[in-house]
Design a protein. Structure first.
Length: 255
């Protein structure tokens, strides 16, 4: 009888632990989730609260095609090559900032939340990847036939400062007064995107850089980095390169 009782006791207990431990595991695996589902469906807004326990806050989508604008472009190709393939200037040409003529290279950055919930954009950083001298070969071709722009949030970037300075653009009115552009922070959502315009009034050398946007969603910080697939975005100064109008280029027949 003693052996039988001992065997029954061992069979009840099992190799995994005591009945008390099994009961706790059962409550955790079955009862708690069931209670949470009941609360989530019975209380107004409960399901959003319940699902929010297991999901990350909405994040920010950012995109930039890099430096652009109605500005001259540098090409390492010969003028005869550009004449045979004029689209290469737009596709491969490097935007050139020439402050002497007031031509400002700009890099648009489009920001949008993935949901209707607003995300607060708290900062924009520009980091220099490489800096080299302006090439000594090739040429700079002027821009022609530029269209009108759209409303943006302009920021001036000084690539020569350490760290790189990113400040709201200050514009001058006809009466001589100055107006400072909108600053950070600001909100974006899926229905209310924003476009920043990083402006490069003056550039020394041949510079590659990345853009980082900092944001906060539901009290949690995040960031997104844009670096053109690791190659960085490129902009350069005029240096001592020759400069030609686009119309003259198209008429040129010799290198």
């Amino acid at each position: 009888m003693r052996r039988l009782r001992g065997l029954q006791h061992n069979q009840t207990e099992g190799e995994g632990g005591s009945p008390l431990k099994d009961k706790r595991a059962w409550v955790t695996a079955v009862v708690f989730p069931a209670i949470m589902v009941i609360v989530a469906t019975a209380v107004p807004g409960g399901w959003g609260w319940f699902s929010g326990l297991f999901t990350e806050p909405p994040s920010l989508k950012a995109y930039s095609s890099g430096p652009d604008g109605c500005v001259p472009r540098y090409s390492a190709r010969s003028r005869s090559e550009l004449k045979a393939k004029p689209d290469a200037l737009r596709a491969e040409g490097v935007p050139v900032a020439d402050p002497q003529w007031g031509e400002v290279v700009s890099a648009p950055v489009t920001l949008q939340a993935k949901t209707d919930q607003s995300i607060v954009v708290t900062g924009v950083r520009v980091d220099v990847i490489t800096t080299e001298s302006v090439p000594t070969t090739g040429q700079v071709i002027d821009a022609e036939g530029c269209g009108s722009g759209i409303d943006v949030r302009p920021f001036d970037v000084d690539l020569a400062s350490q760290p790189v300075s990113v400040k709201p653009t200050v514009t001058k009115a006809a009466d001589g007064s100055q107006k400072r552009g909108p600053d950070l922070p600001f909100k974006v959502s899926s229905q209310d995107p924003e476009q920043l315009e990083l402006r490069f009034p003056s550039v020394q050398g041949d510079v590659r850089f990345s853009i980082t946007v900092d944001w906060v969603s539901e009290g949690k910080p995040g960031s997104v980095k844009l670096d053109n697939g690791g190659a960085g975005f490129r902009v350069m100064g005029l240096g001592g390169l020759p400069r030609h109008p686009l119309s003259a280029l198209l008429k040129q027949t010799t290198p």
